[in-house]
Design a protein around this ligand. Structure first.
Ligand code: 5GP
Length: 227
């Protein structure tokens, strides 16, 4: 059977040599929808995308690693970072502060590096206002609120009060679904992951991102004159 996941070698070569501007790939959803799973898979499968690690004032959960899941800081440190303009965006979520550090992202985009952002709708709006053409906004929805409650309870890292608060928060978060470019319902994690990959691949091919196209087409046309 033909391998449909890999384009012919000559296409690959052209794609690899053409310079492309990186993109800011935002994944948002209420907690418990599977965003972290999708994000981890994407990072494991696609070496061209790197996580933008946020700064937060919330406590570290079991299994989380400093510098990998978040940079964990206290509130005075976070406030100082705001004051010094270290964030691309920041917001209060569930009573804690979360922010995206500016470092590296700007220069990386120019070099063709893609970044994955796991941020809420407030941060998404701020990034979109700052860098509209670099931003791709993807929102994940649960198949139902009952299923979301089941998934949050199964996680067992949060107390019942926290789960209740997250369920209430989920409904307000879902109300911002129309501020996104793509909305995917996660009723099957494999199918959801596959759709997210397709979105990423298609967005990479946008003409405006393929900054090497101008020189390539110029060369192409020159070839056609001399043929
Ligand atoms: P959690 O505490 O469960 O890891 O994340 C809670 C919420 O904060 C999630 O909706 C997540 O997307 C959001 N979040 C994480 N990092 C950032 C950030 O840097 N900026 C913003 N605006 N939201 C964030």
């Amino acid at each position: 059977m033909a391998d449909q996941t890999h384009p012919p070698a000559d296409t690959l070569q052209i794609g690899d040599t053409l310079h492309r501007r990186g993109l800011m790939f935002i994944l948002s959803s209420p907690s418990g929808v599977g965003k972290t799973t999708v994000a981890r898979r994407l990072l494991a499968h696609d070496p061209a995308i790197r996580m933008s690690v946020s700064v937060t004032t919330r406590l570290m959960r079991p299994g989380e690693i400093e510098g990998v899941d978040y940079h964990f800081v206290d509130q005075p440190t976070f406030d100082e970072m705001i004051e010094h303009g270290h964030f691309m965006e920041w917001a209060h979520v569930f009573g804690y502060s979360y922010g995206t550090p500016k470092a590296h992202v700007k220069a990386g985009l120019k070099d063709g590096q893609d970044y994955l952002f796991d941020i809420d709708w407030q941060g998404t709006q701020q990034l979109y206002q700052r860098a509209e053409s670099d931003v791709v906004r993807v929102f994940l929805l649960p198949p139902s609120l009952e299923e979301l409650h089941r998934r949050l309870s199964a996680r067992a890292t949060d107390s019942s009060e926290v789960i209740a608060a997250r369920m209430a928060q989920a409904q307000s978060e879902i109300s911002h679904w129309d501020g996104y470019d793509y909305v995917v319902v996660n009723d099957d994690i494999d199918a959801c992951f596959h759709k997210v990959c397709e979105i990423l691949h298609a967005e990479r091919m946008r003409r405006a991102r393929q900054t090497g196209l101008i020189a390539f087409v110029r060369e192409l046309m020159r070839g056609s004159h001399s043929a």
